[in-house]
Design a protein around this ligand. Structure first.
Ligand SMILES: [Zn+2]
Length: 101
């Protein structure tokens, strides 16, 4: 089972798609703030689609609505659940499989 292979160090969660690929969640530094993790990123290894949820308040703040706290989203407590929801719903519909190496 490919899902039992060792996970990359910064992968915090993994979802199995209906196509048999995986969607990996990463906590990582953002482009603008090269420090310890500032965003949660979901990446589908089947089709390559990505969804990034910033922990900060400057990028995409208008999308957060009242759910987003006014200050920095420490540890991604708001952003990470959003990334999980995206990964779950993407995994339920994505039928792409990775091209063999
Ligand atoms: Zn996909």
């Amino acid at each position: 089972m490919t899902t039992q292979n060792a996970w990359p160090e910064n992968v915090i969660a993994r979802y199995l798609t209906v196509g048999g690929a995986t969607v990996d969640l990463f906590e990582e530094s953002g482009y603008y703030i090269p420090t310890p993790p500032t965003q949660t990123r979901a990446h589908c290894n089947g089709c390559g689609t990505e969804q990034t949820e910033e922990w900060g308040f400057s990028i995409g703040a208008h999308e957060y609505g009242r759910e987003q706290p006014a200050e920095f989203d420490t540890n991604g407590q708001w952003a990470t659940p959003r990334a999980h929801r995206w990964a779950q719903s993407h995994a339920e519909t994505c039928r792409a499989i990775p091209k063999p190496a």
